[in-house]
Design a protein around this ligand. Structure first.
Ligand code: APR
Length: 245
């Protein structure tokens, strides 16, 4: 299966990747669902909904955002991120649509990354819209406040908020034009991101899925299901592709 998928990738000219939290697990960032998932411990509607944040920003900062900052600050790309960077260098991979906010694809060297759910690298004042890098945010006082007195929020898309329209339109467009969509480490449960593989498939693309377990895409949408850790599978895919080219 890995050999066949590698051969298709080596022959492809326009590959798009859709990534989710699972690709960053080997970098030490917990996923949302499944084993060790954040939403096993916390109710997302209580901590990741925009109304919950507006109602009690200190609670969300204390329980969720502070911890995310500590983990993301020190996380580094793993073999799966590095494999996608290599695929871009080889001229095979064009764009990554990621649901992750950790910036690890850019750190690995990918240059065209659509951050579907925003990114954690920046905070924005909810009153005056001033932006400040998350690394420079003073968290000695929670919630952190801007000079104007407004509260900082991460530039991530909370539940209850819209996907930035330009990201949504461009993702739909590139999904409908690619030869292969690589779907890595997503439970494929959250819309509209989870619909991108269906758009690609309907337009004639092959879908290669890398995940520890089966997802709603595994039955009917994915052409290849490569089960295991994303970093390990990606390493094998890349060495096969290097051998074939
Ligand atoms: N390698 C490959 N896949 C893995 C690995 C790994 N090492 N570890 C976990 N996975 C898989 C899990 O089996 C699961 O299918 O990654 C997936 C992670 O799923 P989610 O936690 O639901 O992540 P994601 O699909 O990105 O979530 C979508 O939901 O809560 C929101 O905004 C949040 O962007 C997120 C969205």
């Amino acid at each position: 299966m890995i050999h066949k998928a590698a051969k298709d990738l080596a022959d492809a000219k326009n590959v798009v990747a859709l990534t989710g939290a699972g690709i960053s697990v080997e970098s030490g960032i917990p996923p949302f669902r499944g084993k060790g998932g954040l939403w096993e411990k916390f109710d997302p509607m209580e901590y990741a909904h925009i109304d919950a944040f507006k109602k009690d920003p200190a609670k969300v900062w204390n329980v969720l955002i502070k911890g995310m900052k500590e983990i993301i600050d020190t996380a580094r790309p793993n073999d799966a991120h590095n494999g996608l960077a290599r695929l871009e260098k080889l001229g095979i991979l064009k764009t990554i649509i990621t649901q992750n906010v950790d910036g690890l694809h850019q750190m690995a060297g990918n240059t065209d990354v659509i951050e579907f759910h925003g990114n954690f690298a920046w905070q924005r004042c909810m009153d005056c819209n001033r932006r400040l890098e998350t690394a420079k945010i003073d968290i000695s006082r929670i919630p952190p406040r801007c000079e104007c007195g407004g509260i900082y929020r991460p530039e991530c898309v909370f539940f209850g908020e819209m996907i930035p329209p330009q990201h949504l339109y461009r993702s739909q467009k590139i999904a409908s034009e690619c030869d292969i969509m690589l779907v890595i480490g997503t439970s494929a449960l959250i819309q509209p991101a989870a619909f991108m593989p269906t758009i690609a498939k309907r337009a004639g693309a092959k879908i290669i899925e890398l995940n520890l377990e089966r997802t709603p895409l595994s039955r009917g949408t994915s052409d290849y299901i490569l089960m295991g850790k994303a970093g390990e599978i990606m390493k094998r895919l890349i060495s096969e592709i290097d051998r074939l080219r």
